[in-house]
Unconditional design. Sequence first.
Length: 343
Amino acid sequence: MTILITGGAGFIGSHCCVTFLEAGHDVVVLDNLTNANSESIERLKEITGRNIIFEHADIRDQDALELILRQHRCEAVIHFAGLKAVGESTQAPLLYYDNNVAGTVRLLSAMDNCGVRDLVFSSSATVYGDPKFLPLTEEHPLSAVNPYGRSKLIIEEMLRDLSASDPKWRFAILRYFNPVGAHESGLIGEDPLGIPNNLMPFIAQVATGRRENLSIFGNDYDTHDGTGVRDYIHVTDLVDGHLRAYEALKTRRKGDGCFAVNLGTGTGYSVLDMVRAFERASNKKIEYEFAPRRFGDVAACFAETSLAERIIGWKAQKGLDAMCRDTWNWVCKNPNGFSQPAE
Ligand code: NAD
Ligand code: UD1
């Protein structure tokens, strides 16, 4: 089976390629490289010993998409391509609606014209807005608090509308909590441009000495130690969830083909828990200071995971120590990300 993986050169998409290749599928990666380095594709070949077709293209280019889907006889799409910086989305909302929403419209139109009707979509826990209760179940009301989140919510609604309009479509909507970690080879991992916004890559850069200290945004939250609590999930567990979701999708009955599940571990850890776990994994001191709360942050966010277990037969396996160990292995081998060769 040939699967098109949009955004497959990026952090989560590259790990997903490994999982699908190891499961015996053929993979075509489509990426415009706005937030990725083509070196990740070379590393994928090294990890899997398999050939990977790479198409340097944009999901907003419907003609290119149709050509690629037809040429490689793709039978399903795993759709990671999108912009994901919350702050940037508030500064440039049209960019986010164009890239994420209009891009997905073009992708679905191309799929329709080519008779490809199965898609796994990267959504986010951000579609729950400010949690009204915890753990977050899939029934929690949906809302958006920034243009990035709204782009995910609009796409989710679009997929539900499309599925209701015609039973030939089958969609798995996967709501990620906080993906971290890296492939255990240390050959692929998260390579943020500039100063990382997210906690784990920032801590990792403090550990390698690339940044002086971590600013902890808020120590007066109503949590066990006052710092923000999140549901961190190992990226290899996360992509395993995509394979399970894809397999579940193929067995769905017509007219029952759209489901949304949380991909998290169900356990919340605070910023200070993460600092201590990373210190254990790296044997380095993580210097930090407390800073004011970050605008838009919530105190705590973690998943209820039983629906994923029931619908796709998936449960996260790896704990916090493995997440920190594999992140540390990746940054040690690639202190400058993909821009210099791995040791
Ligand atoms: P990433 O930036 O590493 O990967 C996204 C990839 O998509 C990049 O390689 C980028 O070059 C590509 N891309 C962007 N716009 C494109 C376009 N118009 N055409 C073709 N390629 C394009 O991000 P990631 O962390 O791997 O995230 C993958 C997906 O998961 C995204 O949709 C993101 O919104 C979603 N998600 C990520 C997180 C997270 O914390 N990493 C959490 C929830 C959801
Ligand atoms: C952020 C995004 C969210 C997105 C998610 C995954 C915001 C407001 N939210 O969420 O929309 O879905 O990333 O990409 O940007 N922290 C620090 N210091 C830092 C960085 C983070 O203390 O330098 C804290 C945060 O306050 C938070 C926790 O670490 O409590 C995790 O932060 P982060 O990794 O950015 O993830 P989210 O806040 O869940």
